[in-house]
Design a protein around this ligand. Structure first.
Ligand SMILES: C[S@@+](CC[C@H](N)C(=O)[O-])C[C@H]1O[C@@H](n2cnc3c(N)ncnc32)[C@H](O)[C@@H]1O
Length: 278
């Protein structure tokens, strides 16, 4: 773990560095109908400091990496990644999110290491092949339009350098009977069109099938299998998972790892850490 992380562990909140940017962040949030004090707005960076930071600490040992945060939302993971000293290109398809991400990076004093881009769903991103050392997809693949999914996976593969790391985490799992984000039972098992009729297009949300992800990236090495779950369980420990949940996951690991399925692919919010071959 880096020194910065150890210092921040003892603090409740990541300190704000630019109060002018904070004011603008709050105002943009309010004018768009969002409560700036909401956990998923003003509290999002602190939340991800307690989550994705541990993954980065454990997996990205090299300093000053060039990292793509795919689907950055208001920039929480991007800010945490930049606070750890990396350079981040943060992309999102939503203008409000991209604007908020810029202000978020400013208010936490990392705007020099975070570039925010507004992009179009399924379109080629304006970076050279193999530009990134690491790509992070934190709670995003389930939001990609179903028909664009394969194109997006190919694009991420194009952008990652050989030997680079692809971190997929916090992703709603279509195998789960209960969809994690909205808490709806069995929505994951319904065909898209039927789900849209029942819940309405805007309110319809379904997970992504982890095996679809793994199929798209079948040439990648699954690091969670390679070390027999050591890294995966260390991350869960740092997330503060209960002893009971850990015991269940360890049992699942015993059953599924010999079948070539890492335990992180089976949880309602799934994760997998992948290495692109050289
Ligand atoms: C839950 S948020 C992601 C949270 C963010 N990764 C973080 O850790 O703070 C999902 C985001 O994915 C974005 N998104 C959906 N499809 C996308 C696509 N094809 N390309 C880029 N962003 C996309 C949405 O606009 C939304 O902001």
């Amino acid at each position: 773990m880096n020194e910065d992380a150890e210092i921040r562990d003892s603090e409740d909140k990541i300190p704000i560095k630019d109060f002018g940017a904070r004011e603008k962040f709050r105002n943009l949030s309010l004018s768009s109908g969002y409560n700036p004090d909401d956990r998923w707005i003003g509290g999002y960076v602190d939340y991800e400091w307690g989550k994705v930071r541990h993954i980065l600490d454990l997996l990205v040992k090299e300093k000053h990496q060039t990292i793509l945060e795919f689907g950055c939302n208001i920039g929480a993971t991007a800010v945490v990644t930049a606070l750890l000293g990396h350079s981040v290109e943060a992309v999102d398809i939503d203008k409000f999110n991209a604007d908020m991400a810029k202000l978020n990076a400013l208010q936490y004093g990392v705007a020099d290491r975070v570039n925010c881009h507004l992009v179009k769903d399924g379109e080629r991103l304006d970076f050279n092949d193999g530009y990134f050392d690491v790509i992070i997809c934190n709670s995003v693949l389930e939001y990609v339009e179903y028909d664009n999914f394969s194109t997006v996976m190919k694009e991420l593969d194009r952008l990652l350098k050989p030997g680079g790391l692809l971190i997929i985490t916090g992703t709603s799992n279509r195998l789960s009977p209960k969809e994690v984000h909205r808490g709806r039972w069995f929505i994951n098992y319904l065909p898209t069109n039927l789900g849209k009729i029942i819940w309405g297009k805007g309110r319809y949300q379904r997970g992504v099938n982890p095996f679809r992800v793994m199929h798209a990236l079948k040439h990648y090495v699954n690091l969670d299998l390679q070390d027999n779950g050591k890294l995966y369980f260390e991350i869960k420990k740092r997330f503060g998972l209960s002893a009971k949940a850990m015991a269940i996951l360890k049992l699942l690991k015993k059953i599924f790892h010999p079948l070539g399925i890492s335990v992180g692919l089976l949880t309602p919010s799934f994760s997998v850490n992948l290495r692109k071959p050289q």
